[in-house]
Design a protein around this ligand. Sequence first.
Ligand code: DQA
Length: 434
Amino acid sequence: MPSTYRNHVRRNRIGTAAAARCQQYSTDLDGSNTLAAMHVLVINGPNLNLLGTRQPDIYGLTTLSQLEELIAAWGHQRDIEVSCYQSNHEGEIIDRLHAARGVHDGLVINAGALTHYSYALHDAIVATELPAVEVHISNVRHREPWRRTSVIEPACVYSIFGRGLDGYRYALDYLVNRTAMPFETYSYGPAEDQIADLRVPGGPGRHPVAVLIHGGFWRDHWLRDSMDPPAIDLTRRGWATWNLEYHRVGSGGGWPVTLEDIANGIDHLAVAASDHPLDLDRVVAIGHSAGGQLALWSAVRPHLSDGIPDPSTRVEIRGVLALAAVSDLRAGHADGVGRNAVEEFLRRAPDDGPERYAAADPATLVPLGVPQILIHGASDDAVPVQMSRDYVAAATAAGDRITYEELPEIGHMELIDPGHDAWRRAAALLDDLA
Ligand code: DQA
């Protein structure tokens, strides 16, 4: 990649007062002090007072007061004190933001249509010096073109869209995880989505590196926040973690851009290693769900002949931990996993684009030539457990060294939940890879 992307660290802006409060919070998470609850302000903008009756096909049937109750309950579960505010008036929202300075620790804001044109709101968010997460209930990237623009996005540390009301819950999680451990965001390309969050363990290096690749069936409304908890857990266990974002289907991704991003994003570790003591001879990839396909692929791509991407700056993957992975794209296509996600990703059915399947499909590419650990919950209803069984049989027959664990009564998401035994098992096995 061009050297202009060297160490471009961004979007972790936080004011001094807020930083001090967050510092206190993160110290407390380590158990050394009495925990000061985070105080988060949740703002809903114009027309969101009509939730429940306004375009229910897009925004659902839940009313604003029901949503605010939900948000309060989610806050309670996370030890967050939440204040909710709604207004249809730009000036009132700005006044409310001014009043939040030095009082709150974070913001969650669904600015409604103001999102798309209010620079005054952008400036007010910046003036709060608080980490703000932008939320949209609908997928604003799949609607009228003018909704794709967010002028407040640069003032926010993260944007969540298209996840329905759950977006507010994910926003609270993002703020908690962001506060739990500092990280640096590197850009490996010019696009918003070409970034990775680096977390480095304390103590002397050189640290082995885990590249985390999130799932979501390659679709744009799922981003890397799902991998923040495992990234934080692994960093506490002594791994440097590189939580990778990439272009996804619906936002410029899919074949071949998503694969190029994964390759370039991993190669960009060479830049991070010039700033931090990373051991690039011990880099493993961890992928969940569709990210499992990308992680498995990342191990074999330096050996692919079709040149994705430029061979000059490669960081080799020494092993892969594939969690509930979509390890077989042909089978995934046949089963229609993720509501036909494979065909959307490769933009071809197997018969129409056999070369794309040949280049991207782990089950076709075996042996990958690196040790792999596959873990799948037997009760997974998103990616069938049979896929891992078949992949393991094929990869083993082809000569790969595979450790496979099938976890009874475990579903899809527990595998990346550090509070769950399923993830703890995965993390314990990881040491064998590097
Ligand atoms: C919205 C999307 C905006 O474009 C729209 O103007 C809204 C709601 C959402 O939550 O999806 O009012 O922010």
